[in-house]
Design a protein around this ligand. Structure first.
Ligand SMILES: *Cc1c(COP(=O)(O)O)cnc(C)c1O
Length: 434
């Protein structure tokens, strides 16, 4: 299947080309030219994630040079689980979908590993290493570094805002060697994103280095993320004959797009509620139909500090008009105080230890009406392991949170931290010094 640009449906390319390019030539984002609505109707819930990914994603790879390699790609990428667990302590049917069992303990591992497995199998005529430049607010950078570390033919350069990521996230960004470099930029995440965009447009860099990106702009990450929404909803349908409603932490809307696409593919998904932090661009837009991007505000759910979410373009492409969009998704804004309260009350009530992002989703769930909670099976999406945000979660719960084994292994590695000014000349200098 070809994919097309959100800005021009006639601008179509094969999937593997979209994976390499990241962004469409006209500045739009790549989306499936059509969503095969029957793809998921008869799927069994018993399939493992990698088998499910193979079947679900096969139509998107049809006719592509990667089609025959999809089984190997899925097996390599989906080698850790996404457990769905019932949440006790209440009368409602609530489950938690834990997406943090990968190498860097956040859901970004799914997309990053899938994208890396795809890119590694696409032949490139250029013998020079492909430089993957990533602006990250925390979790993406670590996941991309882990996925590409020591992969021949790739070099990864991460830029992140100095002082605006959690200490553990920073370790994950700076603990690599060989083909991964990282720079703490004196500025905000918006500055990092601007810098990355300038670098991709810079003539001198483009002449000197083949470059690509791995931000959630890249359609490969989003396709991979469809898989766990599919797995969870199929499991619930099989166990209860029910449709699953999802409440998910949301920032740049990548998760939102993956969940919406899963529903379009025919999976048994009902309501989708997006929990944003104090960055209210999306909730405000759904309320009044006016798109007002703004500078991002720093919050304790920092991976969602996005004031101008780029994936809105994919939602607008799918839904065409505001009334359709508001009928199909909802969004709320959860401030830092409510997030802190959520971390404490979910721990007391349900025994859940949540990261700040997942706690925002839990608060959004608690804001639903009694009927809504009683009448449906809701899935609370947990996007990162709470140990990654120990400095926030630990004091609120009065105890230390042990990191999972994969994370603990990363913590033992030496780190190399380097700061640079938010300035293209500095970044270019570092990119060209290989
Ligand atoms: C990236 C991230 C989010 C936001 O996801 P989007 O796809 O950008 O909406 C939420 N929680 C965590 C832990 C993240 O790393």
């Amino acid at each position: 299947m070809n994919v097309c640009s959100t800005r021009d449906e006639r601008l179509q390319v094969p999937l593997s080309r979209a994976l390499v390019e990241g962004i469409a030539a006209d500045g739009g984002l790549y989306v499936p030219a059509r969503l095969p609505a029957q793809a998921a109707r008869a799927m069994a819930s018993t399939a493992t994630l990698d088998l499910l990914a193979q079947r679900l994603l096969a139509p998107f790879f049809e006719g592509d040079e990667l089609a025959a390699l999809l089984p190997a790609i899925a097996t390599e990428a989906f080698d850790f689980p996404a457990p769905l667990r019932p949440v006790g302590g209440g009368a409602e049917r609530l489950s938690i979908l834990e997406l943090y069992h990968g190498p860097t303990a956040a859901f970004k591992d799914f997309g990053a590993r899938f994208l890396a497995a795809c890119l590694a199998r696409i032949p490139r005529p250029d013998p020079r290493a492909l430089t993957i430049l990533v602006a990250t607010s925390g979790d993406t950078g670590g996941a991309v570094a882990a996925a590409f570390h020591r992969r021949p033919g790739f070099r990864v350069v991460l830029i992140y805002p100095a002082g605006r990521v959690s200490p553990l996230q920073e370790r994950q960004l700076t603990c690599w060697d060989a083909n991964v470099e990282s720079f703490a930029v004196r500025g905000s995440f918006d500055d990092c994103q601007r810098l990355a965009k300038e670098a991709f447009r810079d003539g001198r860099l483009r002449d000197a280095l083949p470059m690509s990106s791995a931000n959630s702009i890249n359609i490969g990450r989003l396709l991979a993320q469809i898989t766990y929404f599919a797995a969870a909803s199929l499991r619930i349908r099989e166990a209860e004959g029910a449709i699953a409603n999802f409440v998910l932490p949301s920032g740049n809307l990548g998760q939102a797009v993956a969940c919406v696409w899963a529903r379009e593919l025919g999976l048994p998904i009902g309501e989708i509620v997006l929990a944003h932090n104090a960055n209210r661009t999306v909730p405000d837009f759904l309320a009044d139909g006016r798109w007002r991007p703004r500078p991002s505000i720093a919050t304790i759910a920092s991976a969602m500090d996005v004031g101008d979410p780029s994936n809105i373009e994919r939602l607008r492409f799918l839904y065409r008009d505001h009334a359709t969009m508001t009928a199909r998704i909802r969004a709320v804004s959860i401030g830092d105080d409510a997030i802190r309260k959520g971390i404490q009350s979910e721990y007391r009530q349900s025994g859940l230890t949540l990261c700040p992002h997942s706690a925002a989703a839990a608060q959004a769930y608690r804001m639903l009406t009694d009927e809504e909670r009683r009448d449906s099976h809701w899935v609370l999406v947990a996007t990162a392991h709470p140990a990654k945000f120990q400095e926030t979660v630990g004091p609120l719960l009065g105890r230390a949170i042990a990191p999972p084994p994969a994370l603990a292994r990363l913590l033992d590695r030496p780190v190399a931290r380097e700061e640079i000014d938010a300035n293209l000349d500095r970044l270019r200098e570092r990119l060209l010094a290989a």
